[in-house]
Design a binder for this molecule. Structure first.
Ligand SMILES: [Zn+2]
Length: 531
């Protein structure tokens, strides 16, 4: 793990050097690259030829390939050794950055930033599984939501209706294998029909990694075909093979390389088509990832543990109980979990009210080898963080909006996040303070997830080499994600042109996408445009 961690830091250091070199070149007015593919290209500079139908073309188009579960260091190694020629060409034209994902670092919640520019908890997706304390979304009698399976169809309805999606703002749009689909017409949803759902379910429950690669290949080819023929303003495609192969064999396994090649082939085909018919100069092609991965040597089944401690425990897949449960365990990734207490309350009880009865549980959880961080939300904007042996601190948030929110870190008995001491910072300074440590962007991510209406009363981030589910995974996990560790939180952002701003977080991608397309950025986003 140490080698990977250092590798990630070196990669970031290299990216920063490259950035500052580009900035210096831009200041000298020489442009980042001598070729026509350089930073000097701007939307306003591009010619506006009529398209095949004779109508004026849109102000550029954007293709985003979500390489689900790709780590920045694994991707960089594959780019360096020639495995991914099309993506290496993109990097040579543009830039490869390492940025921070969102907590929980798990598919679905962590893809909300790309499509909504918002953190997952406040937008309605605190995890891939969550308990509906308010009884407003999930159904009687269990009121538990899991997007692993048939309830995936509820994602769009579970999202904040006032938060627009990229699909709604940039039309026409197509999306492939995306968990969030709001704003896509049924025809624009690739891999969303009943027959695909059955095939995906069969592939999932068979634990068939090769089957996932076949699905990726077909989805990638279909996206390329639709982009070529229909010329959507935005195309967003999730390719899932890297994540599935990583769970089964580790992030550096040959199967992961094979899955990365599918992303490369998809990018190559889209680019070749666009170059052939003159669209490439007006097209943006970005490759992103929603979370990393790291090895798992041991599983602690959190639901079984709480049952063994005498709690009637609600957990998937067995959510039906004769007597009402008193605890709900909702695992994501599988290296994070929301634990809900006193399930009869329709509103969040917060730790101040729970402490008297549940402090022994919080202490017992923190004593487990599997647990790294215990988060105890005290209010919508205040959360206690505990780490075994490293003490506790309070994380606080004030204000709302990308430019005005402030984040505070107040050590109580120690420095659990390793930030070096007390802090009161805006979003950029909070990012910088946590970047090089073990928990990149943890201050901001905890501040937004802990107080979200649907989050748990105790939130756990797993220790390295551990996760929180032993049974019911069709692919036995040798690698997991979901936690606040840098191996899970750092992701690559590959851009076909160097940006003129600094990409920091995955929430920055959506406002940047709107800028690239010449569209207005709506108020209330958590991200900042890097274009
Ligand atoms: Zn996964």
């Amino acid at each position: 793990m140490k080698r990977d961690t250092n590798g990630g830091r070196r990669d970031q250091g290299a990216a920063r050097e490259a950035r500052s070199a580009r900035t210096a070149r831009a200041r000298r007015g020489t442009g980042a690259r001598p070729s026509s593919e350089g930073a000097a290209r701007k939307l306003s500079d591009w010619p506006a030829p009529a398209n095949a139908a004779g109508r004026p073309p849109p102000a550029g188009s954007l293709v985003i390939l979500l390489a689900d579960g790709a780590r920045p260091d694994t991707l960089a190694a594959a780019l360096d050794d020639g495995t991914l020629p099309a993506l290496a060409r993109l990097r040579a034209d543009g830039a490869l950055h390492t940025i921070a994902s969102a907590f929980p670092s798990v598919t679905g919640p962590a893809s909300a930033p790309f499509l909504m520019g918002r953190y997952p908890g406040p937008v309605g997706l605190p995890g891939i599984r969550w308990f509906d304390r308010a009884r407003s979304a999930a159904s009687f009698p269990h009121f538990a939501r899991s997007y692993v399976g048939a309830e995936l169809r509820h994602v769009d309805r579970d999202l904040d209706p006032d938060a627009p999606t990229l699909f709604e703002l940039a039309r026409p749009a197509i999306g492939a294998l995306s968990m969030i689909r709001r704003g896509l017409s049924p025809r624009a949803r690739i891999g969303a029909g009943a027959s695909f759902a059955l095939r995906a379910a069969a592939t999932h429950f068979a634990g068939d990694v090769d089957g996932w690669l076949r699905i990726d290949r077909e989805a990638g080819a279909e996206v390329a075909r639709r982009v070529r023929r229909e010329r959507p303003r935005v195309a967003f495609a999730s390719l899932l093979g890297i994540d599935k192969a990583s769970h089964a064999a580790g992030h550096d396994a040959p199967a992961v390389r094979a899955a990365m090649r599918v992303v490369d082939e998809t990018a190559a085909e889209i680019r070749a088509d666009a170059e052939r018919d003159g669209r490439w100069e007006r097209m943006h092609l970005w490759v992103v990832s929603d979370h990393g991965h790291s090895r798992v040597c041991a599983h602690e089944d959190l639901a079984d543990l709480l049952r063994a401690w005498g709690h009637r425990t609600l957990a998937h897949p067995w959510v039906y109980h004769l007597r009402p449960p008193d605890v709900a365990v909702m695992v994501s990734g599988n290296a994070m979990a929301h634990v809900y207490l006193e399930l009869g309350h329709r509103e969040r009880p917060w730790w101040g009210m729970l402490r008297d009865r549940w402090e022994p549980l919080a202490e017992a959880l923190l004593a487990r080898d599997a647990v790294d961080l215990v988060l105890l939300p005290h209010a919508a904007n205040r959360c206690e963080v505990r780490a075994r042996g490293r003490g506790s601190a309070m994380v606080e948030r004030r204000g709302a909006g990308a430019g005005t929110t402030r984040y505070a870190y107040r050590p109580l008995t120690g420095d659990p996040l390793g930030l070096g001491g007390e802090l009161d910072a805006d979003a950029r300074a909070a990012y910088d303070a946590a970047w090089a440590g073990d928990y990149p962007d943890s201050l901001v991510q905890i501040a937004h997830l802990a107080g979200a209406p649907r989050s748990g009363d105790v939130i756990l981030s797993a220790a390295r080499d551990w996760d929180f589910r032993t049974r019911y995974e069709p692919i036995p996990h040798v690698s997991s994600h979901g936690a606040l560790h840098r191996e899970h939180m750092l992701v690559p952002l590959l851009l076909d042109r160097p940006p003129n701003g600094t990409p920091r977080r995955t929430v920055d991608v959506m406002p940047s996408a709107l800028r690239a397309l010449g569209l207005p950025v709506p108020p209330g986003l958590d991200g900042e445009a890097f274009l």
